[in-house]
Design a protein around this ligand. Structure first.
Ligand code: UDP
Length: 238
């Protein structure tokens, strides 16, 4: 593992770059400070975000692994770089919600902050040109995005991630409002990939409901860097 060399970049996304390595089963992801919202319409930089998202994702992946969830995490290489399994991403945004917020609140006319009677699971097709449209299970199978067995694995994994994360964040005084994960295919298996960070989750302080996530950037609430630092400090001190 020590002698894995970073080779050419194969992909640059909104918040990360992905590099090949000398081992075909491994990639290196590099987290950037770039921030986008509303499918790239709003652009900016959140200073120090790449370091926090890298380290926080790696902490979360290790907690999830301890709880029996397979992830792409292999090894943190530096403040911004992590060695991961070379998965093929299933082009779905997998979203779990515990409390109504964001697009869910708008779509169904439910006040932000309403506690949902059960966690919800929804999928969006990852396609920037189409603006990541909502997609249901039969559409996913009809289009060959994932088969029935994979969809079951993805759904089970998403609910399990929620149970582990909800407890973890409750212990550090945070409500896990909702989050987005991505799944990858690796050696015929579905595993958790991408990142788990304030870019991809909504975190509210349990007492004050203060937002400690990317909504501060999306909604121009100020204190963006401080919010990322605060949630990360709570995780580190847990
Ligand atoms: N989310 C994400 N990437 C996306 C869209 C959503 O990480 O492209 C996350 C978002 O941070 C939130 C959850 O998924 O934690 C639900 O987001 P929602 O559907 O409410 O979308 P938004 O209101 O952000 O448009």
């Amino acid at each position: 593992m020590q002698d894995v060399q970073k080779l050419e970049q194969i992909y640059e996304g909104k918040a990360k770059k992905v590099f090949k390595t000398s081992n075909p089963d491994l990639y290196i992801v590099e987290y950037k400070d770039d921030a986008t919202a509303f499918n790239g319409i709003k652009k900016g930089t959140i200073s120090g975000k790449g370091v926090i998202n890298n380290k926080m994702s790696n902490i979360m992946f290790q907690i999830l692994e301890k709880n029996g969830i397979k992830t792409h995490f292999v090894k943190e290489l530096s403040d911004r770089e992590t060695l991961v399994k070379a998965v093929k991403i299933v082009p779905l945004e997998i979203i779990i919600r515990n409390i109504a917020a964001g697009s869910f609140s708008k779509r169904y006319g439910v006040e932000e902050g309403t506690l949902l009677k059960n966690p919800t699971l929804e999928f969006s097709l990852k396609n920037d040109e189409l603006n990541d449209p909502l997609i249901n299970n039969s559409h996913i199978m009809a289009l060959g995005v994932a088969d029935e067995n994979e969809l079951k694995q993805i759904s089970d994994m998403a609910y399990s991630v929620n149970e582990v994360m909800k407890k973890f964040f409750a212990n550090i005084g945070i409500k896990l409002v909702d989050f987005k994960i991505e799944a990858g295919r690796f050696n015929g298996e579905i595993i958790l990939a991408d990142e788990i960070s304030p870019d991809t989750c909504r975190f509210w302080d349990a007492e004050t409901n203060k937002k400690l996530d990317k909504d501060r950037f999306r909604r121009d609430l100020g204190g963006v860097e401080e919010a990322y630092q605060e949630i990360f400090a709570r995780i580190q001190n847990s």
